[in-house]
Design a binder for this molecule. Sequence first.
Ligand code: NAI
Ligand code: SOE
Length: 383
Amino acid sequence: MPADAPPLNIGLIGYGFMGRAHSNAYVQAGNFFDLPRKPTLKAVCARNKDRAQAFADTWGYESVETDWRELLKRDDIDAVDIATPNNLHHEIAIAAAEAGKAILCEKPLAMDSAQGREMVDAVEKAGVANTVWYNYRRIPAVSLAKQLIDEGLLGRIFHYRANFLQDWTINEELPQGGEALWRLDAAAAGSGVTGDLLAHCIDTALWLNGGVSDVSAMTETFIKERVHQGTGEKQKVTIDDACAFLCHFENGSLGLFESTRYARGHKALYTLEINGEHMSLRWDLHDLTRLEVFDYRDESAIRGWKSVHVTDNGGEHPYMDHWWVPGLSVGYETSFVHQVADFVTSLDGGDFKGPTFADALDTQKVCDAVLKSAADRSWETVG
Ligand code: NAI
Ligand code: SOE
């Protein structure tokens, strides 16, 4: 990045897990990519001033705010990053668009697609740059899968399947709601694994394999009541603990998706597999720099699954020429760095490949159809 690159002043809202992941990405992006603007940590906003200040001191934010509305009023903020629980995305994003800020919003875009539609309308009306942090697209091996598919190497695609498995809510003593456990409270999260985990799988699938036309889903809530962390009262659990669905893609292929927080032994097992006429691809988040490739066109004596390590091939794989020498690995956090780099590069007239709010609305529509299908025990058209 040129030393005189003008700043892109960031106002971050929320300093939890994603607040850290994004801050790290802003710090790193300009050091590894040649950016036209320098992401600058201008302000972090959280309700507790002392904690916000401690976060600002750790990461180098220049100032703190305790009310996101005040952050949006500031002329020295160019881009607003929404890293709060899901129920705040809609209100903050619409206000940020009206304030003329570029927006980087966490996933899922919204609580449902009605909210998502309003958010898309707001950013389009205001003409502000926007993205949603569906970061897994920018893991180099996943981007490589996209490249191979776009080059037509797979031929006709028959099957797409994905899993996102975790095991952190099996304990029935775990409360729901409150600061730390908002993911278990439908009022804060919107849904359970569907919006939290399957939304990632759906975003990647729509990107790699195109639109989904209809779905048939089942969900389960294994633990029916939990104490609410805020009120201390026992409450019905209304999120989905597990969800599986079948779907038709618009290209004629079949999809199979599963997600749960009850798969003992799995912390974040995101896997996907695509079977095409000539080639199959397989990827696993636990081994994220490897894309497994089977090419039926290989000579039969040596035909078989091969491991393509994006770290080994001299930097020609997506993003890899920006990192270390061949053979040395990169991690989860680089997906956020790549998203910052692509977004910032697009701001002054470049082409941004998404995901935009409009792309994330497509994912939200699939999530809505999945939840409706499970509730009605019916096939549901996406739309
Ligand atoms: P977290 O619970 O670690 O952090 C949430 C933050 O929001 C906390 O700092 C909290 O104080 C703050 N907050 C809550 N209400 C606020 C308000 N009114 N004003 C200002 N700050 C407020 O949650 P986490 O894991 O960082 O998740 C945040 C968002 O990121 C969610 O939408 C989640 O779905 C998404 N996420 C995305 C991931 C990805 O892979 N892209 C990974 C993890 C989360
Ligand atoms: C849940 O544990 C979680 O952090 C999700 O919120 C993220 O979106 C996913 O990337 C990892 O798991």
